[in-house]
Unconditional design. Structure first.
Length: 340
């Protein structure tokens, strides 16, 4: 088969790779219907994460089951399935508590490189969720979003304890931040402050439910949020970037007793203990347990209640994956959808 491989920062190639196969009786192999480039892939592309050897890329996926291992019982060939970027058994004590990305048997599905024609998914019964039937083509982008960015934005909102009637601030206007706006709206937030400097992203944030836009960053951004909230800060803040500035902006925009849900992959973030001590702000985050939310998210998409696929503003054939990376790196696209 063919798939994306990163050889060095800025050097993504579409090349021949080994066909995936059933390696364990709990595996499945799926034929990809769609995949995409994630904002977190750009950490490698920009050289912020070291690239020391040619590495298959991609961890978001939807597709048709081609083959299953002998111990797989709930997933069968021919089904259209969606899974998380971490494989999980969905039965261990940690999974049952709703944190499948910390499953005691977890495996990183992205190690197999989902920006490809086929993908091996470990722990198929616990990782994959089938749709009621093979979806129409127009639903595929939204179902693909559920594989990561929608589930991650949703976890950010849940981790930030978004409640009906609450005021929510979202730090970050990438696909995860935009879908965190959608999640906050679905969870009943009354006021949603999106922090964004980009007009096209502001427009989409507003479509998803944002009531206010703050263009400032850092201390100026915090001051703007405080001004909009009577000097108190938001009840819930979702951090969807992963930098020192964004994390502190999130914490300082939260009122005492409020909560921050942080889902941006952290890079060189350090937290000041004394400031946290006196802030009375709760923190919860990490790799989103997307599997926890998949059945609900698939149902909302299937019923037409939400349309998260709008975050894909560039669609390319898979063999143009390198251009998909360039477009996102240069901020010409929010998120690139790829079709094999």
């Amino acid at each position: 088969m063919r798939g994306a491989v990163i050889h060095a920062p800025g050097d993504v190639r579409f090349e021949e790779r080994a066909d995936p196969a059933i390696l364990a009786p709990t595996d499945a192999v799926i034929r990809l219907s769609a995949t995409c480039v994630c904002g977190s892939d750009l950490w490698d592309y920009r050289g912020i994460n070291p690239v020391t050897a040619p590495t298959p890329m991609g961890h978001e996926y939807v597709g048709i089951v081609e083959e299953v291992g002998s111990e797989v019982t709930t997933i069968r060939p021919g089904q259209f399935v969606i899974g998380s970027f971490f494989a999980s058994d969905n039965t261990c004590e940690i999974c049952r508590a709703g944190f499948q990305t910390s499953c005691v048997h977890r495996e990183f599905v992205g190690a197999g490189g989902a920006q490809a024609e086929y993908l091996r998914v470990p722990l198929a019964d616990g990782t994959l969720v089938a749709t009621p039937e093979v979806p129409s083509d127009d639903l595929v982008p939204s179902l693909l979003a559920a594989s990561d960015v929608l589930g991650t934005g949703w976890f950010g909102a849940v981790a930030a304890d978004v409640q009906p009637g609450a005021t929510v601030t979202v730090v970050g206007d990438g696909a995860v931040g935009l879908l965190a706006v959608l999640a906050a709206k679905e969870l009943g937030a009354e006021r949603i402050i999106a922090m964004s400097r980009h007009e096209s992203r502001q427009k989409l944030a507003t479509e998803f439910g944002a009531t206010d836009i703050v263009t400032e960053r850092g201390d100026d951004g915090v001051a703007a949020v405080k001004e909009l909230t009577g000097g108190l800060g938001a009840h819930s803040v979702i951090e969807a970037v992963g930098t020192q500035e964004s994390m502190m902006q999130a914490i300082r925009s939260t009122r005492p007793g409020g909560a921050v849900g942080y889902v941006g992959v952290a890079h060189d973030v350090t937290l000041p203990g004394e400031e946290l001590f006196y802030s009375h702000v709760r923190l919860l985050g990490g790799p989103a347990p997307v599997r926890r939310f998949l059945p609900d998210l698939i149902d909302r998409i299937w019923r037409g209640a939400i349309d998260p696929g709008k975050v894909f503003d560039l669609e390319l054939p898979l063999d143009q994956v390198a251009e998909g990376y360039r477009a996102m790196d240069e901020r010409r696209a929010v998120k690139t959808l790829l079709r094999p």
